[in-house]
Write a protein that binds this ligand. Structure first.
Ligand code: A3P
Length: 345
């Protein structure tokens, strides 16, 4: 196992986060208990609801429904996250293509240290989520020092809405955001949540999307926050859509590399690097890897990793929604997005 200092230089890109933990160089004691107690009074005063699968409590914090355990994380993030100019954050609403974008961004940023066709590429032995620290997870656990210890450039992941990240993240660093048709997101969320509660009714998840109470929702406000920031600061926030990634992943990987300030060189074009990244991160390839077929996402989230790789397509909502349900959700979203310049139709 390499040491942290030998793992990366800025030219080489980010190191797989889990490797830094295994190297043991940035483990710090966790004051998590204390953090949760510190904000227990505030959490108790917030409006609350149960997540669609009935297992987790959500609180309405600054206009968004986030898990009660993430409220202290949100406060810590707002107060203490110190972005570095070369930081990159992959942001998304859950079930919108996070895993894919994590993999694509890691592979693109780290391509000099880890050529994407290489047999020893980290994404061939690790789940994409193991390559990036999950911001709210670290801040929830009082593990911010692990972020501090990471060499630059850091690549991180979050589901937090932008208003909760601001002013710390934007324009302090770069953010890459992916959104997805809320109808497909709802279907994907149902399948995912069912892994913890098999009898969960799709209608329950659908209602939580429609009334905005899905975790990190309302989805329209989540999307709009990042959309507006991408319009105002296109050099700081790259706004991508899952459906466009599916249509032309190579073109989007080129766009991503340009946004990150590391466009593909003529030599890389010649060598087929973009196609290698697309292939490495493709649904079929990732789904078949041992690292993605076995194990759980997190000790706190005992969902098997294979739940992240279900169908990998767009339009599956037709198999789960009546036309009335689809047009109801479309209308809610269209009303919320009216006049903003973004649509999902
Ligand atoms: P489905 O459930 O519709 O199949 P997230 O990563 O935000 O949790 O999103 C999960 C969704 O992204 C799932 O959608 C999953 O199948 C899909 N997905 C995961 N990896 C993918 C990849 N490499 N290419 C395309 N889609 C992918």
């Amino acid at each position: 196992m390499p040491t942290l200092s030998s793992m990366a230089t800025p030219e080489q890109g980010p190191v797989p986060f889990v490797d830094t933990l295994l190297a043991g160089t940035n483990l710090v004691p966790s004051p998590r208990q204390q953090r949760e107690e510190e904000h227990a009074d505030l959490v108790a005063t917030l409006p609350s609801a149960l997540e669609a699968n009935g297992l987790k409590k959500l609180c309405l914090y600054q206009g968004f429904w986030i898990r009660d355990i993430h409220v202290p994380a949100a406060i810590a993030l707002q107060r203490r996250f110190e972005p570095r100019p070369d930081d990159v954050i992959v942001a998304s609403f859950p079930k919108s293509g996070t895993t894919w974008l994590n993999a694509l961004t890691f592979a693109t940023m780290a391509r000099r240290a880890y050529p994407p066709a290489g047999a020893d590429h980290p994404l061939r032995r690790l789940n994409p989520h193991q390559c990036l620290p999950f911001l709210e997870g670290l801040f929830q656990g009082g593990r911010e020092a692990e972020l501090e210890a990471l060499p630059s450039p850091r690549l991180m992941n979050t589901h937090m809405p932008l208003p909760i990240m601001v002013p710390s993240a934007v324009p302090g660093c770069r953010v890459v955001y992916v959104c997805r048709d809320p109808k497909d997101m709802a279907v994907s969320a149902w399948h995912f949540l069912r892994r913890l509660r098999p009898d969960l009714d799709f209608a329950v998840v659908f209602e939580s999307v429609c009334d905005g109470t899905m975790a990190f929702g309302p989805v329209w406000d989540h999307v709009l926050g990042y959309w507006r920031a991408s319009m105002a600061m296109p050099d700081k926030v790259l706004f991508l859509r899952y459906e466009e990634l599916l249509r032309d992943p190579a073109e989007k990987v080129r766009k991503l590399a340009r946004f990150l300030g590391t466009p593909f060189s003529a030599a890389e074009d010649e060598a087929g690097t973009v196609d290698d990244i697309v292939q490495l991160c493709s649904f079929e390839h990732l789904k078949g890897l041992e690292a993605n077929k076995t194990g759980c996402l997190d000790p706190l989230l005992p969902v098997p990793r294979d739940a992240l790789f279900r169908n990998g397509a767009s339009g599956d909502w037709v198999n789960h929604m009546t036309p009335e349900m689809a047009s109801r959700l479309d209308k809610i979203v269209a009303d919320k997005m009216r006049g903003t310049g973004i649509t999902f139709q």
